[in-house]
Structures are given as structure tokens and as C-alpha cells.
Write a protein that binds this ligand. Structure first.
Ligand SMILES: C[S@@+](CC[C@H](N)C(=O)[O-])C[C@H]1O[C@@H](n2cnc3c(N)ncnc32)[C@H](O)[C@@H]1O
Length: 248
């Protein structure tokens, strides 16, 4: 298993909830609208669209698809998170299949073909997310859609003001969490370009602590495979204080 897969397996054995991004009303609203739109499009071709949810975690992302009547195959490297998903999505059990899977190596072996492949807060965990996308494109039906949400945009493509705002709002939140001093020490080490193979924080949120996710490279993969691509930029921060400034 790669350093990043091992770091994710370890990290998500204890994380509860899996991720905080659905705690924000604005984020949840945008996510629900985009899911709605994706499912409406899929329904033109399949009366009951089937969804492959990559890195499904505790199932908060899957719930939006389940509530709209889709069937969902949820895959994740963490058995612990999938246990929580089974619990939180129990009302939709007949619509749900759950598999432990390391998407860095085993994505192309997932059985079936899908109307929608969803990756919520997921691609940035995978060092070679381009390869993952190329692998799962093979699992889409004709007219199938790939939907990803909540990855950080490539930092060096952002205006300096956006980068600064984002850094300050993250720091304002991080400073009140456990091991703030350790976090600062790791950040300073990484700023010198030093990443440690055995450090979970350097390898779990892999591209968050590097240069973000390259939306244009992802667009190029889809367009070269004959897909139309839409990118919807938005602002999201874990800081309660800064999020209301999102539209400023
Ligand atoms: C930030 S969470 C997102 C969970 C959920 N999709 C959501 O939006 O709330 C990322 C998830 O990706 C999973 N993950 C990370 N690396 C993985 C890998 N190599 N294979 C499968 N799942 C992975 C983690 O276990 C975790 O549940």
C-alpha cells in the first residue's frame, strides 16, 4: 500500500465526522443543487440512476443521491467510515451497496457501469487523481456523468488576494484545534519543501498540503475523452467567522 493510502486508512479510522464541509449551510445548499441537476440529467436516460460514490466516508455525500431515489455503490478505504455510512444510511439499505476499496490501485476492478460517478472531497486524497479519473471513466455508461465536489483549486492559479484570504481563514480556525503548534511546525517544514513519508498529515490530505487540485488538467482529461466539462468555483472555509464573507 502507498504512503498516502496507508495514511488515509489510518487517518479515517478515527475521524468523526468524516469531513466538516457539509456543516456549512452554503456548502450543503450548493452540493444539493448540483446533485439535483446531475440526477435530473441522468434520469433522462435511466429511470433509477445508479451512482458510484468514491471515498464515500460516513455517507453524508451519498445521502443526497439516495434521497432522490438513486441506487448507490459506496466505496472507501476505511472500513470504519463504511460502518458509519451503513448506520447513517440505514433507511436506504435496499438502495445501497458498500465495498472496501483502495482507489489508488483497485478502481478499475469495481464491477458494474454507472450513470453517475461522484467524488466528494476525495480527489485531493489521491496523489495521481488523473489516473483515478482515467480508470473510472471506463466505468461510466454512455451519457454517464462524473461529478466532483470540494477539492482545493490549484493554489498557484489563484489570485494572491484569494490565497491570502484562504490562508488566513484556515489559520483562524486551525489555531483553535488540537496540536496547533505541531500544525505550525509541519507547515513551516513543508514550506521548505520537506515532506515525510511516515507523517499522516503529509499524506492523507495529499494535495491540500501541496499545490491543490488542477481543475484545468481534469478538464483536459474529460475533453480528450469526448466529455463536456463544467467547473463551478466557490469559496469554502472551515472558519465560521470567515465563511459569511464568501460572496464579498
Ligand atoms: C474527506 S473524506 C470525504 C467523505 C465523503 N465523500 C464526504 O464528502 O463527506 C475522504 C474519504 O476518502 C477516503 N479515501 C482516501 N483515500 C482513499 C483511497 N486510496 N481509496 C479509497 N478511499 C479513500 C477516506 O477514507 C475518506 O472517507
Amino acid at each position: 500500500m502507498s504512503f498516502s493510502a496507508a495514511a488515509n486508512a489510518r487517518d479515517f479510522e478515527t475521524r468523526e465526522p468524516t469531513s466538516l464541509h457539509f456543516r456549512r449551510d452554503s456548502n450543503l445548499k450548493l452540493y444539493s443543487e448540483l446533485v439535483d441537476c446531475t440526477v435530473r440529467e441522468a434520469s433522462k436516460y435511466s429511470p433509477v440512476p445508479n451512482v458510484l460514490d468514491l471515498g464515500a466516508g460516513d455517507g453524508q455525500a451519498a445521502l443526497a443521491f439516495l434521497r432522490l431515489g438513486c441506487t448507490v455503490t459506496a466505496v472507501d478505504i476505511s472500513e470504519h467510515q463504511l460502518e458509519r455510512l451503513r448506520h447513517d444510511c440505514a433507511a436506504f439499505a435496499p438502495q445501497l451497496a458498500v465495498h472496501v476499496c483502495n482507489l489508488e490501485t483497485d478502481a478499475r476492478n469495481i464491477p458494474g457501469s454507472f450513470d453517475i460517478i461522484s467524488a466528494s472531497s476525495m480527489l485531493h486524497h489521491i496523489p495521481d487523481y488523473g489516473q483515478l479519473i482515467r480508470d473510472v471513466i471506463q466505468l461510466l455508461k454512455p451519457h454517464g456523468q462524473f461529478f466532483s465536489f470540494q477539492d482545493p483549486l490549484r493554489y498557484d492559479s489563484l489570485p494572491i488576494t484569494d490565497r491570502l484570504f484562504s490562508e488566513v481563514s484556515y489559520a483562524a480556525c486551525r489555531i483553535r484545534q488540537p496540536d496547533a503548534l505541531g500544525g505550525i511546525a509541519r507547515k513551516m517544514r513543508r514550506m521548505r519543501g520537506v515532506y515525510l513519508a511516515d507523517c499522516v498529515a503529509d499524506n492523507s490530505e495529499y494535495h491540500v498540503v501541496r499545490n491543490g487540485v488542477d481543475a484545468e488538467a481534469i478538464r483536459a482529461i474529460f475533453e480528450s475523452n469526448g466529455f463536456l466539462c463544467r467547473i463551478v468555483p466557490y469559496f469554502s472555509t472551515p472558519s465560521d467567522f470567515m465563511q459569511p464573507l464568501e460572496s464579498a
